[in-house]
Structures are given as C-alpha cells and as structure tokens.
Write a protein that binds this ligand. Structure first.
Ligand SMILES: [Mg+2]
Length: 337
C-alpha cells in the first residue's frame, strides 16, 4: 500500500457519524463544531530521527521550532489560529539531556511566536532513535474555514512562496556541501527551520475570496492532486511559472539534481496552495504583501481529473505531462519527508 491507499483504507473503515464532526479524514485538519459560530481544528504530525531529521546537522533548537511549524502550518492552511499543543516524545535510554533542553527551548519559543502553548502529552522510552509527535488544536470561525474541496473550474492557482528550497537545502546538507554562500543558507534554513504561513492563511480565509486552500508538505504535484480530488476538478500547471526554480540552479548543478523536480515534488515547502477567481489577484496579492510575503500564480483549475504540467518548447509548441501524485510518498520513497 502507498500512503494514499493507507489513508483511504482507514477513512473507509472509520465511518464517523458524530454530528459535531464537520470534516474528518481528507483535509489539512479535522473540523469539529465548538459552539454556535466557531470550530475546533485538529491536526497531528510526527518527526522521526533518521527519517525526518538527522541530528548530525539539525540543531536541536531548530528541530523544536520545526516540530511546531509543520503542525501549525495545517491550522493556518484552513484559516485557523493555533491554540493548544500536545507533545508525545519517544527517546532512547540515556538520551542527551542538553540536546533535549535545547529542543524544548526551540519548541516553546515557536509556540509563543505562533500564539499557542503546550497543555499535555506523553513521554515514552524508544528502542531506536528520537520521535516527536505533536497534536495541535486550533480554532476558527465556522464560516471562514477554507477546505480543500472548494476549487472551481477556471480558478487561478497560487502558491505563497518559492518552491523546492527545502528539498534543495536537504540535498546540500546530506551531501555535506557547506560553501559560504548566502543563497545556500536560505535553502538549508528552509529545511532546518521552515516558517508556517499562519497569519497569511488566516487573512486569506477571512477575506472570503479563497475557494480552496491547503499547505504544501509533500510537493506541489501530490498536494495539488489531493486538492483536485477533493474538489472534483483537474489542474494545469505552467512550468515557466514555478517560482523559485532559478534560485535552485547553483544547488542543482552542485548536487546533480533537477531544480524543476525539487519544485514539483521536493516536499516540505510549507507554503500555502490556494485557488480563487483570477480577478482576485490584486486583492490577494495585497493581503500577502501586508504579511511581508508574495503570491505566485502557477496554474489554472480545469474540468476533469488529474494534474498536468505544461512546458513550452523553444519552437512555441506546448507539451503536457501528467504529474499527479508524483511528490513525496512515505511508503514509496522510503526516506525523508
Ligand atoms: Mg497539510
């Protein structure tokens, strides 16, 4: 089974019938009614040593921050505000206490910055490496929550920042390439200490102009395919519009990798992916600018299924390639992510 089949199997068995549950499996968060106008948003993510992080090059403070960011990113992707955090920590006997204190310091610092705090959890002895699972509970106005399922044909598709930087940074770190180069610092930092676009997500949702939204964790090719499937539509991406590819050129040359592949399927971008009427471009760009960010149009929603990439050749002809679900899959790739 691949990752998608595992999730679909569990969803088919789960059969939730609780009237308080507004959205179960299939979006960035589960959505539960809180009171008249508000909802709780619930999400969970795990970081496992040697799978998601390498202690040889991942400073513990930054890993603590990342554990929070990758979780609150899902809350922001539905337009919510993170409130409570639960932490389950699995650590081997004789773990490095100084390392652990630094990890917790990064974790609590990031919680403060995102406006949430730890309220409980669990600690267990791990026979292998370190594992950290966070559950984050957020809240939102019920009528402002943005789901993956609202994309409509002819919507424009935007992302909230350059793509593939984290994948390139990880490749540089794994290869031990550490030239004194500010551009490479930016790539490495995107892997070590990503920033979740929580404020932007909240403001896009509050604007009422966004039809569908999610965060990019497994790469645009896979995440957009999820959004399309939930919305019952297809999508076309334009290779020439993928933001960030030029920033990856030096790193790609040094490591022998393909920058476009990083942008489409690298994973861990933690930028927002959203759709809206193309006429909203100016207004949505203004919202991003007020958050110190830029948004980039990358494609269009179409009637149909699947995600295709359009590449224009030098002679002016267009080539279409099917790319749905070609991003990261924890059970196909066997590492990272
Ligand atoms: Mg997500």
């Amino acid at each position: 089974m691949n990752e998608r089949q595992i999730i679909e199997y569990i969803a088919a068995q789960a059969d939730p019938t609780d009237g308080q549950l507004l959205k179960g499996i299939g979006d960035d968060c589960a959505v539960i009614r809180k009171d008249g106008n508000r909802v709780w948003l619930l999400t969970m993510d795990t970081l496992i040593e040697s799978v998601h992080f390498n202690r040889d090059f991942h400073p513990p403070e930054k890993l603590g921050r990342k554990a929070v960011s990758v979780n609150v990113s899902d809350i922001g992707a539905m337009g919510g505000k993170p409130v409570f955090v639960l932490l389950s920590a699995g650590m081997p006997h004789g773990f490095d206490e100084a390392w652990f204190r630094a990890f917790v310091s990064g974790l609590t610092e990031a919680c403060r910055e995102y406006g949430c705090f730890i309220i409980g959890g669990d600690t267990v002895a791990s026979p292998g490496g370190l594992t950290f699972t966070l559950t984050v509970i957020g809240e939102a106005e019920a009528d402002q929550v943005v789901y993956r399922s609202g994309a409509r044909p002819d919507d424009a598709i935007w992302v909230s920042g350059p793509l593939g930087l984290a994948a390139a940074g990880l490749e540089l770190l794994n290869a031990g390439i550490e030239p004194d180069n500010q551009a490479f610092d930016l790539l490495r930092e995107k892997h070590l200490n990503p920033q979740a676009r929580v404020s932007l997500g909240q403001q896009l949702a509050a604007s009422g102009r966004v039809h569908a939204m999610m965060d990019l964790s497994d790469g645009l090719a896979t995440d957009l395919a999820h959004l399309c499937k939930q919305s019952g539509v297809g999508a076309r991406l334009f290779a020439r519009d993928l933001p960030g590819v030029a920033m990856l050129a030096d790193a790609a040359r040094l490591t022998g990798c393909d920058p476009e592949r990083w942008a489409l399927s690298g994973g861990e971008d933690f930028e927002l992916l959203f759709t809206a009427n193309p006429d909203e471009s100016f207004h949505l760009g203004g919202i991003a600018e007020a958050c110190g960010l830029s948004i980039f149009p990358v494609g269009v929603i179409v009637v149909g299924v699947g995600v295709t990439l359009i590449r224009s050749a030098a002679d002016g002809t267009n080539h279409e390639i099917a790319i749905a679900y070609q991003g990261f899959d924890h059970f196909r790739n066997g590492n990272g992510g």
